[in-house]
Design a binder for this molecule. Structure first.
Ligand SMILES: [Zn+2]
Length: 148
Protein backbone atom coordinates (compact mmCIF):
# COMPACT_ATOMS: atom_id res chain seq x y z
CA UNK A 1 0.00 0.00 0.00
CA UNK A 2 2.64 2.51 1.06
CA UNK A 3 5.12 1.95 -1.87
CA UNK A 4 2.32 2.34 -4.43
CA UNK A 5 1.29 5.58 -2.79
CA UNK A 6 4.90 6.80 -2.85
CA UNK A 7 5.16 6.00 -6.58
CA UNK A 8 1.93 7.88 -7.32
CA UNK A 9 3.20 10.92 -5.43
CA UNK A 10 6.52 10.77 -7.30
CA UNK A 11 4.74 10.58 -10.67
CA UNK A 12 2.46 13.40 -9.65
CA UNK A 13 5.43 15.55 -8.67
CA UNK A 14 7.19 14.79 -11.96
CA UNK A 15 4.13 15.86 -13.97
CA UNK A 16 3.71 18.94 -11.82
CA UNK A 17 7.32 19.97 -12.41
CA UNK A 18 7.33 19.10 -16.12
CA UNK A 19 4.03 20.78 -17.08
CA UNK A 20 5.15 24.45 -16.89
CA UNK A 21 8.32 23.59 -18.82
CA UNK A 22 6.32 21.93 -21.59
CA UNK A 23 3.81 24.77 -21.64
CA UNK A 24 6.58 27.36 -21.91
CA UNK A 25 8.19 25.46 -24.78
CA UNK A 26 4.96 25.25 -26.80
CA UNK A 27 4.24 28.93 -26.14
CA UNK A 28 7.67 29.85 -27.50
CA UNK A 29 7.20 27.85 -30.69
CA UNK A 30 3.67 29.14 -31.27
CA UNK A 31 4.80 32.79 -31.06
CA UNK A 32 7.15 32.50 -34.02
CA UNK A 33 4.95 33.86 -36.87
CA UNK A 34 4.87 37.66 -36.93
CA UNK A 35 1.08 38.04 -37.21
CA UNK A 36 0.37 36.16 -33.96
CA UNK A 37 3.38 37.44 -31.99
CA UNK A 38 2.51 39.25 -28.75
CA UNK A 39 3.10 42.98 -28.58
CA UNK A 40 6.00 42.73 -26.13
CA UNK A 41 7.82 40.34 -28.43
CA UNK A 42 7.39 42.72 -31.37
CA UNK A 43 8.84 45.55 -29.30
CA UNK A 44 11.75 43.37 -28.21
CA UNK A 45 12.51 42.44 -31.83
CA UNK A 46 12.34 46.08 -32.88
CA UNK A 47 14.87 46.95 -30.18
CA UNK A 48 17.15 44.21 -31.53
CA UNK A 49 16.88 45.73 -35.02
CA UNK A 50 17.76 49.17 -33.62
CA UNK A 51 20.74 47.61 -31.81
CA UNK A 52 21.87 46.08 -35.10
CA UNK A 53 21.50 49.46 -36.80
CA UNK A 54 23.67 51.06 -34.13
CA UNK A 55 26.31 48.35 -34.55
CA UNK A 56 26.17 48.80 -38.31
CA UNK A 57 26.64 52.54 -37.94
CA UNK A 58 29.59 51.93 -35.62
CA UNK A 59 31.22 49.45 -38.01
CA UNK A 60 30.78 51.83 -40.90
CA UNK A 61 32.21 54.74 -38.91
CA UNK A 62 35.26 52.65 -37.96
CA UNK A 63 35.87 51.79 -41.61
CA UNK A 64 35.08 48.05 -41.43
CA UNK A 65 32.28 48.33 -43.95
CA UNK A 66 32.07 49.50 -47.57
CA UNK A 67 29.62 52.33 -48.16
CA UNK A 68 27.56 50.19 -50.52
CA UNK A 69 27.27 47.31 -48.03
CA UNK A 70 26.45 49.78 -45.29
CA UNK A 71 23.64 51.33 -47.34
CA UNK A 72 22.06 48.04 -48.35
CA UNK A 73 22.27 46.57 -44.84
CA UNK A 74 20.86 49.77 -43.40
CA UNK A 75 17.92 49.64 -45.81
CA UNK A 76 17.30 46.02 -44.77
CA UNK A 77 17.24 46.91 -41.09
CA UNK A 78 15.08 49.99 -41.63
CA UNK A 79 12.64 47.92 -43.67
CA UNK A 80 12.51 45.31 -40.93
CA UNK A 81 11.99 48.00 -38.30
CA UNK A 82 9.14 49.49 -40.34
CA UNK A 83 7.50 46.06 -40.70
CA UNK A 84 7.76 45.41 -36.97
CA UNK A 85 6.46 48.91 -36.23
CA UNK A 86 3.41 48.33 -38.44
CA UNK A 87 2.81 44.95 -36.81
CA UNK A 88 3.02 46.57 -33.38
CA UNK A 89 0.51 49.25 -34.32
CA UNK A 90 -1.84 46.59 -35.66
CA UNK A 91 -1.50 44.57 -32.48
CA UNK A 92 -2.08 47.74 -30.46
CA UNK A 93 -5.27 48.47 -32.39
CA UNK A 94 -6.49 44.91 -31.93
CA UNK A 95 -5.86 45.29 -28.21
CA UNK A 96 -7.91 48.49 -28.18
CA UNK A 97 -10.74 46.82 -30.08
CA UNK A 98 -10.63 43.93 -27.61
CA UNK A 99 -10.84 46.34 -24.69
CA UNK A 100 -13.72 48.18 -26.38
CA UNK A 101 -15.64 44.95 -26.95
CA UNK A 102 -14.97 43.89 -23.38
CA UNK A 103 -16.41 47.17 -22.08
CA UNK A 104 -19.40 46.80 -24.42
CA UNK A 105 -20.09 43.27 -23.21
CA UNK A 106 -19.69 44.31 -19.58
CA UNK A 107 -22.06 47.26 -20.07
CA UNK A 108 -24.60 45.07 -21.79
CA UNK A 109 -24.37 42.51 -19.04
CA UNK A 110 -24.82 45.22 -16.41
CA UNK A 111 -27.85 46.72 -18.17
CA UNK A 112 -29.44 43.29 -18.49
CA UNK A 113 -28.88 42.79 -14.79
CA UNK A 114 -30.57 46.13 -14.11
CA UNK A 115 -33.46 45.48 -16.45
CA UNK A 116 -34.41 42.00 -15.29
CA UNK A 117 -35.68 42.89 -11.83
CA UNK A 118 -38.25 45.29 -13.41
CA UNK A 119 -40.56 42.31 -13.76
CA UNK A 120 -39.80 41.15 -10.27
CA UNK A 121 -39.67 44.14 -7.99
CA UNK A 122 -42.84 45.75 -6.70
CA UNK A 123 -42.85 49.51 -7.46
CA UNK A 124 -44.92 50.18 -4.35
CA UNK A 125 -43.38 48.18 -1.54
CA UNK A 126 -40.11 47.15 -3.20
CA UNK A 127 -40.64 43.46 -2.53
CA UNK A 128 -38.53 41.29 -4.87
CA UNK A 129 -40.85 38.62 -6.16
CA UNK A 130 -38.97 35.39 -6.93
CA UNK A 131 -40.58 35.17 -10.43
CA UNK A 132 -42.23 37.68 -12.84
CA UNK A 133 -45.75 38.22 -11.53
CA UNK A 134 -48.81 40.30 -12.42
CA UNK A 135 -49.40 41.26 -8.82
CA UNK A 136 -46.96 41.75 -5.99
CA UNK A 137 -46.76 38.71 -3.75
CA UNK A 138 -46.42 40.99 -0.74
CA UNK A 139 -48.95 43.82 -1.19
CA UNK A 140 -50.96 42.84 -4.29
CA UNK A 141 -50.00 45.91 -6.39
CA UNK A 142 -50.11 45.50 -10.16
CA UNK A 143 -46.57 45.06 -11.49
CA UNK A 144 -45.03 46.26 -14.75
CA UNK A 145 -45.50 45.08 -18.34
CA UNK A 146 -47.06 41.75 -17.35
CA UNK A 147 -50.11 43.45 -15.83
CA UNK A 148 -52.03 44.07 -19.08
ZN1 LIG B 1 -45.68 45.14 -3.23
Amino acid sequence: MFPLFAVLVAVGMAVFVATPLLARESAATSSLPVDVTPLSDLKRRRLVVYENLKDLEFEYQSGKLAAQDYQSLKQNYLGEAATLMAASQEAEQLKEIDALLEREVAARRASRKNRLPQDYVCPKCGFENPVPVKFCGECGTKIGPLSH
